[in-house]
Design a protein around this ligand. Structure first.
Ligand code: HEC
Length: 200
């Protein structure tokens, strides 16, 4: 395989460093910190537009069975692959089938192994929309986990998202910081079955 996947990266290395209020709300006693982190409503709105038109919810919000078939569960908006949904051993697929997803549309099996969509909420322990906003831009620009780690795996459309401008990425990040935080620890990716079996 041309791609190596590191599993078991120290979790601490990817944890957010600091927590600041995600959405700076108007307050009776605004502090200096709140003033400097105050969110720009127009930027958030632009971010909402970009997130909803660029299909982030399709993969990062778990799907549930609704009255009219599968639909995204917006009560867990953009919180990634649910930690409560364990992934059983992977089965071989008959060619030409090569890629499969769980019913939640958050775990993906392919030649790269299994990838799990990230928690994009501002949860300070398990989310991506924490203060390291530059890392988010770096992730899209470099295609690397947290902007500097392993390669980000399919089907995250990194190559297409490189077409976002820095301004777009900032707006997306502002929106993500404004949404409800959901505590959900997404698992590390799994290597392809032959690597697990040690035959490759
Ligand atoms: C087709 C499915 C899909 C879509 C659409 C998608 N993602 Fe992802 N995304 C993934 C998967 C799968 C991962 C996990 C990849 C991995 O573990 O390497 C991921 C990971 C990420 C990460 C974490 C990257 C890292 O540092 O490891 C961020 C941030 C992210 N996506 C943001 C977004 C945003 C913002 C959008 C919409 C503009 C979006 N994604 C749309 C599937 C998708």
């Amino acid at each position: 395989m041309s791609k190596t996947i590191s599993i078991g990266l120290p979790i601490a290395s990817v944890l957010a460093l600091l927590a600041v209020p995600g959405a700076a709300m108007a307050s009776d006693a605004p502090s200096a910190a709140a003033a400097t982190t105050a969110a720009d409503p127009a930027k958030i709105e632009r971010g909402r537009y970009l997130v909803t038109t660029s299909a982030c919810n399709d993969c990062h919000t778990p799907w549930i069975e609704g009255p009219n078939g599968p639909e995204v569960d917006m009560s867990r908006m953009l919180s990634g692959h649910p930690e409560s949904l364990p992934i059983p051993a992977m089965a071989d697929m008959p060619a030409p089938w090569a890629i499969a997803a769980t019913a939640s549309n958050t775990a993906w099996l392919g030649p790269w192994g299994v990838s799990f969509t990230a928690n994009l909420t501002p949860d300070d322990e398990s989310g991506a929309a924490t203060p390291g906003g530059h890392m988010f831009r770096e992730t899209i620009r470099t295609g690397r986990h947290k902007g500097r780690g392993r390669e980000v795996l399919p089907p995250m459309p990194i190559v297409m998202y490189r077409n976002f401008t820095d301004e777009d990425l900032e707006a997306i990040f502002s929106f993500l910081k404004s949404i409800p935080a959901v505590r959900n620890r997404v698992p590390e990716p799994l290597p392809p079955p032959q690597e697990l079996a040690g035959t490759d």
